[in-house]
Write a protein that binds this ligand. Sequence first.
Ligand code: ADP
Ligand code: MG
Length: 248
Amino acid sequence: MQHSVEVTTPARQSRGFSPTLVQTTNLVREYPSGGGVLTAVSDLSIEIPERRLVCIKGRSGSGKTTLLNLIGGLDRPTSGGIWLDGDWISELDEADLVRVRRDKIGFVFQTFGLIPILTATENVEVPLRLANTPVDERAERVEDVLGLVGLGERAKHRPHELSGGEQQRVAIARALANHPKLLIADEPTGQLDLRTGRTIMQLLVRLVRETGLSAVVATHDPTLIDLADRVIELRDGQLVADSDSDNG
Ligand code: ADP
Ligand code: MG
């Protein structure tokens, strides 16, 4: 008898040698709004290959955060499917979704989201504790990821002793702790000055190049967008442009 594992793959694979990491099919997210319905994400079918930095741009209210939350399994679609690295995550129950989020996805937010009373090291340790990583492995991994974001020296500092750019580096290190395949960053430079924002974007580019991660980054800052491999533009929840430069 053949021992086979049932793996459903998306119908469409990207051209070239980079396999698909994320695919959405006819994704819709509606919110009730004053007796009617507001469509925050409208019939979006997109595909994100491995090892790419994809920017999602669009004005405030265009659906960027809604899309990222759906891809990251923080929210559920009204209809349509989301495939991530072997799973139709739109079909998973909450317990499985928690595992996918913990093991495959790292999140970075505009406001950093660090725990104020914990040092940089301790903040980065949080997801490793949640994943029951053994203590000695934990220490090594924390050192690795803080080194990767260039913050080894600041490991013992608490967030209030760090600059905004440094705090976001700690948040990125924390997001990388469990070796995710996908980094989701929602306006990660929104609270930073332009120069610091640019260094954070350059860091994300370097991480994608060096670690084999894919990153999906929402931003409405036009000067940051040219660093991306690909730019997807949303308007009123709809795809209005996709540079798809990695496939072109
Ligand atoms: P962006 O991140 O591009 O600013 P959002 O995804 O936050 O856009 O919002 C898209 C649309 O969905 C907006 O019109 C917003 O008001 C609406 N929206 C977002 N979240 C909710 C919610 N929880 N309840 C109702 N409407 C929402
Ligand atoms: Mg947003």
